[in-house]
Design a protein around this ligand. Structure first.
Ligand SMILES: [Zn+2]
Ligand SMILES: [Zn+2]
Length: 261
């Protein structure tokens, strides 16, 4: 007779073997497009049909926040929002606009447990943020509060940061920032309420300020929505003496009125 502990161990073993088996089978199968089942040359690629469904951000864009311009503009023309209120980061870039195939990619990665997409997505981010990667000393992700980490089982931003670190050969530090308390979803809050919700919610971790001071840091997140979370991280890093903070995200929410100037 097996005790409950033994059966638990057996279950774990069986589960483990299934995962190894699946991993082996996946390695034998030809790589598939990140969005569909079409075969591609290498893992982490998009097929020719899916590629146009992703709205990649290219020049011209605001040299500070990276918002794409709908019409050609002279080089280095800073957007109205950045002129009105300079953001706490030196530069921000995103691989693509959050919508269409870009939104599907984010949701697959974040909610579909497709953590295997991280290296392919990081390659898309590298294309958008090559200059930022070249100029940084350390890469770090936007932190998750531990309850959310427990519920989601992984920090999607940390996976992207680690993949970018490997691609760009830069050190990645996961513990420079911390979220001492959970925050509500910021989506429906107005600007003032978002700032109030985030006040003191993100800080440089105890004993880590020395590793921030004087460094050029690249902050990684999955989606740049209002910028509230990213801005809170940047302010905490700058207060701790960071030499420069830049931001690289996978996707960026662009409202109709922002894209055209
Ligand atoms: Zn495809
Ligand atoms: Zn701007």
């Amino acid at each position: 007779m097996l005790g409950s502990h033994d059966s638990f161990v057996l279950h774990g073993l069986r589960h483990g073997w299934r995962r190894i088996w699946r991993g082996g089978v996946d390695a034998l199968l030809p790589p598939q497009c990140m969005l569909c089942t079409v075969q591609v040359d290498e893992p982490g690629r998009l097929c020719l049909n899916c590629w146009p469904s992703v709205n990649f951000i290219a020049a011209p864009c605001c040299p500070v926040c990276g918002i794409p311009y709908a019409v050609p503009v002279p080089d280095a023309l800073v957007c109205g929002a950045c002129l009105k209120q300079p953001p706490p980061f030196a530069r921000a870039r995103a691989a693509f606009i959050y919508g269409g195939g870009g939104r599907d990619l984010v949701l697959r990665f974040k909610r579909g447990d497709r953590t295997d997409l991280a290296p392919g997505l990081a390659m898309l981010m590298r294309n958008a943020g090559a200059a930022l990667l070249a100029d940084c000393d350390v890469i770090l992700p936007v932190p998750l509060h531990r309850w959310r980490l427990w519920r989601r089982r992984f920090n999607q931003s940390a996976l992207l940061a680690q993949a970018l670190g490997r691609i760009a050969d830069r050190p990645v530090r996961l513990d420079l920032l911390e979220r001492p308390r959970p925050t509500r979803s910021l989506g429906r809050l107005n600007r003032t309420a978002r700032q109030r919700e985030l006040a003191g919610a993100i800080r440089v971790a105890a004993g880590r300020a020395e590793e921030v001071r004087g460094r050029r840091l690249l902050l990684v997140d999955d989606v740049f929505t209002t910028g509230a979370t990213v801005n809170a991280c940047c302010r905490a890093l700058r207060r701790a003496g960071a030499a420069e903070v830049t931001v690289l995200t996978l996707a960026r929410v662009v409202r109709a009125e922002q894209g055209a100037i």
